[in-house]
Design a protein around this ligand. Sequence first.
Ligand SMILES: Cc1cc2nc3c(=O)[nH]c(=O)nc-3n(C[C@H](O)[C@H](O)[C@H](O)COP(=O)(O)OP(=O)(O)OC[C@H]3O[C@@H](n4cnc5c(N)ncnc54)[C@H](O)[C@@H]3O)c2cc1C
Length: 389
Amino acid sequence: MLAINQPAVTIKNVEVAIADRAWSEGFAPPRPPDRLSGRTVAVIGSGPTGLAAAQQLTRAGHTVAVYEKDDRIGGLMRYGIPEFKMEKHHLERRVEQMRAEGTKFRTSTAVGRDVGAAELRSRYDAVVLAVGATAWRDLPLPGRELAGVQQAMEYLPLANRVCQGDLAVSPMSAAGKHVVIVGGGDTGADCLGTAVREGAASVTQLDIYAQPGAERDEDADPWPTYPKIYRLSAAHEEARDLESAPAADADARLFAASTLHFSGDADGHVRALHLVEVNAERRPQPGSGRTLPADLVLLALGFSGPDREDGLIDQLGLALDPRGTIARDADFATNVPGVYAAGDAARGQSLIVWAIAEGRAVAAAVDRRLTGSTQLPAPIGPYDRPMTV
Ligand SMILES: Cc1cc2nc3c(=O)[nH]c(=O)nc-3n(C[C@H](O)[C@H](O)[C@H](O)COP(=O)(O)OP(=O)(O)OC[C@H]3O[C@@H](n4cnc5c(N)ncnc54)[C@H](O)[C@@H]3O)c2cc1C
């Protein structure tokens, strides 16, 4: 049962079916507070962290405004995660419920740029920073400047905008192109699924690590730790069906592959990616160099911390921890009085389930500070980690 001696059952589908039924039967009505506390909270960022925090604080009776620099609510759930993985109507119904409960939303408002961070701090009794960690890592190799070498998070939001009806066709569409994705993680897999749907001629995903085994290694990853095993996501299965994956294995992935440089045509557009196979110490294997055709290269190399372009972090004088994320104490409080930090912005890029738990926990901390006590649940502390070795 449940990944002890067999693969896990479809827990997600079971939970989704229960939740969808609850909404359709009217078991998730808006729950506005009975009375208002007279205290105000600004939540900056409308990803899962900000939404979870704002909903709890609104229900506790505080007057809450969510500031979001994008034109729509949702953070990475809106413009990062593709529609095929998370349909946006789930998001819409939650935002509708929150509006009915009294949460205010201010979209297209970048705190630090459109409204001063210090001003916001003086206007509200507490400020929750839920700004995510979207400063992307780059790959400064020869040819990086060529047109068509793009960041995953430049590419995915455009595809999401097509699904939202903002654009008829993505200006970075993979249609008819040879696509190479650099980075073996989930963001790369989302690029792969999107490129396949856009009609790419071929898609290859490069992973610098060696291909993991098919079975859980009980010594390295004993249950219930997250096992490092070879998995075939739905996106990889779809890519396998493309006729002309030029060099990849059956599921479009190339493991132990390290990019050396990109080369382009006379117009300055990328046309090829040059790579070499590496061993476990990342040393090149002699004679293993190869060239992949590449009209679109997507860099999916992870994120280093919160984006600093809006000036929010500097305006508030926030202390960062050594990883570049916002430092906070055991009560989610930053070094700036009345300012709290939660979610990816403080934890580093993580998962929605952690973001929601962080949002609920920071709401409890803020409620306690504003009222002296709290009934809100705090599912996690700022230093809790998933069970991994
Ligand atoms: C491509 C991709 C796919 C992913 N897929 C999954 C998945 O399948 N499952 C999963 O569990 N997790 C997934 N994740 C991770 C998950 O999306 C994040 O962990 C989660 O969204 C973090 O939530 P957050 O609210 O902390 O930050 P975010 O979702 O990043 O939200 C932060 C928000 O703050 C806003 N903001 C930033 N600065 C300002 C400012 N100065 N003023 C106003 N607003 C501001 C941003 O515009 C953004 O809307 C994925 C991540 C990526 C990049």
